[in-house]
Design a protein around this ligand. Sequence first.
Ligand SMILES: NC(=O)c1ccc[n+]([C@@H]2O[C@H](COP(=O)([O-])OP(=O)(O)OC[C@H]3O[C@@H](n4cnc5c(N)ncnc54)[C@H](OP(=O)(O)O)[C@@H]3O)[C@@H](O)[C@H]2O)c1
Length: 289
Amino acid sequence: MKAKILVTGATGQLGQTIKEFYASDSSYKILFASKADLDISDTAAVQNLFDQHQFEYCINCAAYTNVEQSEDRPELAFKVNAEAVKNLAGICEKNNAVLIHVSTDYVFDGENKAPYKEIDAPNPINTYGKSKLQGEQFIQSSSTKYFIVRTSWLYSSYGHNFLKTIVNKIQNNESLNITASQIGTPTSCSTLAQFIFKLIDSRTPNFGIYHFSDKGQTTWYHFALQICKSFNDYNCDSIQAINSFKSKALRPKYSILDNSKRLRVLQEQPSWEECVDKTVTQLISAPQS
Ligand SMILES: NC(=O)c1ccc[n+]([C@@H]2O[C@H](COP(=O)([O-])OP(=O)(O)OC[C@H]3O[C@@H](n4cnc5c(N)ncnc54)[C@H](OP(=O)(O)O)[C@@H]3O)[C@@H](O)[C@H]2O)c1
């Protein structure tokens, strides 16, 4: 039987990636709801949609993801990333649907010396991270069946992300100063989408928090250098490492996620370099909006 799935925030980069790979897969019946179709903070609208469709899964790709602006607009960050998630969890619980919620490495403070495990204590250092953590806590205190998938440094050929920004700047032959002061793992929306659907397909009853990233670790500077390798007519020496990072929001200086738990669900873990090369090649041959 086809799994009936709701994808919220469907025009974000993860939502669009899921659409690209799974919309026409006959194993699933997926309703893709953009923010214009469904504001997740509108409880009545969410309930209404669940009344019309008997969803078995809700993949919540909707979020307020602007880390910098969250410092100026904390009420909006908490409304979307926490309050709306609480409503979504309540409605999933009432409708016996599984909530698959995407969260972030930014729930951690970055002081660890080893990869963060699911059981490590979160301690967010910026408003975005605090709002995402509160969303997680609301889900955990509900009785809904849930998977919280924490991921890091997401990119795709859709929407706005670091990889696309660097590709644009390289194509415009700009010199770049990029911070080498934070360590994390770039993660492709494609591999994340694959993991989410593996959770669905497995019908595993092992609900809870999962850490998910591509393999390896790097800095934003080395991430940019990897992107550069796909461009023959740009001198990668024009990309300089800097140690500062001017921003209102504090960022964890180390946010590697331990993937041991998720490897029990999906064994494949391609290297972050391999995934970056693939997306850059795809972008060069067929640029997306
Ligand atoms: N991007 C990263 O580096 C990163 C890293 C770790 C975790 N994550 C998490 O991964 C998930 C997916 O991120 P992403 O990069 O795909 O984000 P994204 O591209 O910013 O997409 C988020 C989508 O949610 C929509 N949205 C905002 N408020 C909404 C509301 N009230 N109701 C319904 N939709 C709403 C946005 O619409 P508008 O654009 O029109 O506002 C956008 O289409 C998020 O939970 C994020 O916190 C992201």
